[in-house]
Design a protein. Sequence first.
Length: 59
Amino acid sequence: MIGPRKAAPVETGPADPEEKRRLDDALEEGLQETFPASDPVNVTQPAPSKGDQHIKRGG
């Protein structure tokens, strides 16, 4: 028998109001610069895949 499923962690976003404002501004700028477009804007950078681990990134 399989046990109960565990819920995935919920991303709540930044708790700092200044960080939230910065992210909102970045999203708004991205939307304005790409309109009209078919692909949605992504404000955050996804984690590198296993295939990208050899690439050094500035950050």
